[in-house]
Design a protein around this ligand. Structure first.
Ligand code: SOE
Length: 381
């Protein structure tokens, strides 16, 4: 079988996760790795067992490479995605798609004009239980949606000495917690419920007004291992915590709370969707389980089991009930759908995977949230 040749750009926390997921699919070969210098690219390519190490600009000229994954810091997503599309290659970009709404709009138009496959890595949609919630809602099992309460909590930036490029607006954009993990929560909320967020009222807080920046590079989550002596104090003006009230197009309301300073919450998206027939609660730290609340009959506790799932959700399951699937599996399942399209050579009419248009939608909501916080008022989407 002729394999699809892929390049991955950026090997911090999520780049290797993309590589691992891609290597689990039969019709794909990761042939190239790009980093900020030839030396670092060669070092990382050797470590990850990838044949070619190169600079981004050289990769664009490599005719063998058909698809590119952008896993670099947020501020590079726009320019790199644009260059990949202009080089005639399919693109999978990490969220957020861009740091400015105009850039995202331009990428959507460019991607549409090329017909190339374009996707944004909203991989949390690919927990089988998330697709199960969506299809159960589509089948009417949730009923009319009364309210939605979501949160996404982490603690990897809890200490004053925790540091990462995401804390620097020139690399991350004007928002941090909302852009970084609120993006997943907002995308998943609209995806599962089928509702659209129409207005937001946001209030941010920066718990650590300054942080101790390491004097040597540190990658996501690994800041927990550095010593006191390696730091310089820098001012922080992006949000550690965000409280957002939400209004939806069905006239009902909800809320989203995002924080990266909640001790003990490692990477915990939790959503509760109250409906006229049932209430769903799902937590990403227990992804194979769904709590289904009832008023007139016993509550239910659904475990991931393909025999109990809708056909569409069962399609995201590779292992039998009780054999838990988790975070790494979400990217594998997403890339299965994306690369089925790449094998066809063009973006499908109705993609099942998150596209640049979804990335634009999420960035629009994020920008309105930032605007609402700054103005301390409700802002329409
Ligand atoms: C850091 O907050 C991070 O790696 C995010 O950037 C990812 O999108 C999320 O899936 C896990 O946490």
């Amino acid at each position: 079988m002729e394999k699809i040749k892929v390049a991955v750009v950026g090997t911090g926390f999520i780049g290797p996760a993309h590589i691992e997921a891609l290597r689990r699919l039969p019709n794909i070969e990761v042939v190239a790795l790009c980093e900020v210098s030839e030396e670092l690219a060669q070092q990382k390519a050797k470590l990850l067992g990838i044949p070619k190490a190169m600079l981004f600009e050289d990769m664009l000229k490599d005719k063998e490479i058909q698809s590119v994954h952008i896993c670099t810091p947020n501020f590079l997503h726009y320019s790199q995605s644009k260059a990949v599309l202009e080089a005639g290659k399919h693109v999978v970009c990490e969220k957020p798609l861009a740091t400015k709404i105009g850039e995202a709009e331009e990428l959507v138009k460019l991607a549409d004009s090329t017909g190339l496959v374009n996707a944004v890595h909203f991989n949390l949609r690919y927990y089988p239980m998330v697709r199960q919630m969506k299809t159960m809602r589509e089948n009417g099992e949730l009923g009319d949606i009364y309210s939605i309460m979501g949160s996404y909590l982490q603690d990897w930036l809890y200490l004053k000495t925790d540091y990462n490029w995401r804390l620097e607006p020139d690399k991350s954009g004007d928002s941090r917690a909302i852009a970084d993990i609120g993006s997943h929560l907002l995308d998943l909320t609209e995806y599962v419920t089928g509702l659209k967020i129409t207005e937001v009222m946001a209030d941010f807080s920066t718990v650590h007004k300054s942080r101790l920046k390491p004097l040597k590079p540190v990658e996501t989550y690994t800041g927990k291992m550095l010593q006191e002596s390696d730091y310089q104090e820098v001012e922080i003006n992006t949000e550690d915590h965000a409280s957002v009230m939400l209004r939806f197009d069905n006239g009902n309301k909800g809320s989203a709370t995002v924080s990266q300073v909640n001790a003990g919450r490692k990477n915990r998206l939790n959503i509760e969707i109250a409906g006229s027939k049932s209430n769903f609660e799902w937590c990403s730290e227990k992804p194979n389980e769904l709590w289904i609340g009832k008023r007139e009959s016993p509550n239910q506790h659904l475990m991931k089991d393909p025999s109990l799932f809708t056909p569409e959700a069962a399609g995201l399951i590779s292992f039998p009930g009780g054999h838990n699937e988790g975070f790494p599996d979400t990217s594998k399942q997403m890339f299965k759908e994306v690369y089925a399209a790449i094998a066809e050579g063009k973006q499908p009419e109705n993609p099942t995977f998150p596209t640049f248009a979804d990335g634009h939608r999420e960035l629009l909501i994020c920008e309105r949230i930032i605007e609402s916080h700054k103005k301390q008022t409700w802002v329409k989407i």
